[in-house]
Design a protein. Structure first.
Length: 338
């Protein structure tokens, strides 16, 4: 297994990356699609252009968040959903902006290459470049492109720029000087008008009723806000509302929960100063499902089958009480009560 080391140069990393492939390889790039993952996958595809037999980018999630839909459409990104995939067609699997343990759908594949900026979960791919201190995987992939002496086309540069902006929250979250350098480089090649158009495509008209419900049912106390939305057609609604509340000057952190596809989804947002959202998510909910994240943003997803022995998930009040109790007892962080 090759694990890249911080002392390696970018040229060394790219050389080792290329050594994983032959011209006959049929490559699958697996992602949980968001701007960072999409841009990073596009960069891998460009790096392998004319070096392998064929390349397919496959997303495990449904892309229906408006800004992500706009990104895919306006940048002409070709994606194949995992449900429409014949995995026997591929003999090499690359994963970017995720690790195999991040989702049960990933675990169905034997992953050969992992490039990511999230905390190392102990995956055992033959080639790994995992740098948790980086703000975005797109920054790492920009270094690969530069080391390979590949000038990114406008759409690729735009996608990578969006990935860095998204995962660093416009450099408000954890970043390194390497993220800034990658951003500066991409800024010269990206289409800034496309960036603005994509970033402004956040809310669909049918999302407004959930904002209304959140405003009417929010629980607020001492700079904390909690919202339970019930069933949502898209978990990104929870993300948008959690981000929305954090824009209020008096709110220091927010938690928004809802049901989607037989899962309880809990989104955590923090100002990054007073609480570590990732630790709160992990300590409160990791024993029931996937949970974790960064200091300022985190997520937990729990199958309803796991909740049934614990609570009546059809009773919203009991669900709310359980979420609050988990956070309070496991993290000593009391949430507001109504």
């Amino acid at each position: 297994m090759v694990k890249t080391h911080m002392l390696l140069t970018s040229k060394d990393r790219v050389s080792r990356f290329y050594n994983q492939f032959t011209s006959d390889d049929r490559v699958l790039i697996l992602i949980n699609a968001d701007p960072d993952a999409i841009g990073s996958a596009m960069a891998v595809k460009r790096l392998l252009w004319r070096k392998v037999n064929n390349i397919t980018i496959s997303n495990i999630n449904v892309i229906d968040r408006p800004d992500n839909c706009a990104m895919v459409e306006l940048l002409g990104v070709k994606l194949t959903h995992i449900k429409n995939l014949d995995k026997t067609r591929f003999n090499r699997v690359v994963m970017v902006d995720s690790q195999p343990s991040h989702n049960v759908l990933f675990e169905k594949f034997t992953v050969d290459i992992v490039i990511d900026h999230h905390p190392d979960t102990g995956s055992k791919a033959p080639f790994q470049d995992i740098r948790p201190k980086y703000g975005a995987t797109a920054s790492i992939m920009t270094e690969y492109l530069r080391a390979a002496r590949i000038k990114p086309a406008i759409k690729l540069a735009t996608a990578l720029l969006l990935g860095i902006k998204n995962d660093t929250s416009n450099f408000e979250q954890q970043t390194l000087v390497e993220d800034v350098r990658s951003f500066q480089y991409l800024f010269r090649h990206a289409n800034k008008h496309l960036v603005r158009k994509i970033e402004q495509s956040e809310i669909r008209p049918d999302y407004l009723k959930f904002f209304k419900k959140a405003l009417e049912n929010r629980r607020v106390r001492k700079g904390k806000v909690f919202v339970f939305l019930g069933p949502v057609p898209n978990p990104d609604i929870c993300v948008l509302i959690a981000d929305f509340f954090l824009k209020i000057s008096s709110i220091k952190w927010s938690i928004v929960a809802g049901y989607h596809q037989k899962k309880l989804v809990i989104i955590f947002r923090s100002d990054g100063l007073r609480k570590n959202a990732g630790k709160i998510a992990e300590q409160g909910f990791a024993e029931f499902g996937s949970a974790g994240g960064h200091k300022a943003m985190a997520r937990a997803e729990i199958d309803l089958a796991m909740l049934r022995p614990l609570i009546d998930h059809k009773d919203d009040r009991k669900v709310v009480r359980w979420i609050m109790n988990q956070i309070k007892t496991k993290t000593q962080t009391p949430l507001p009560v109504q």
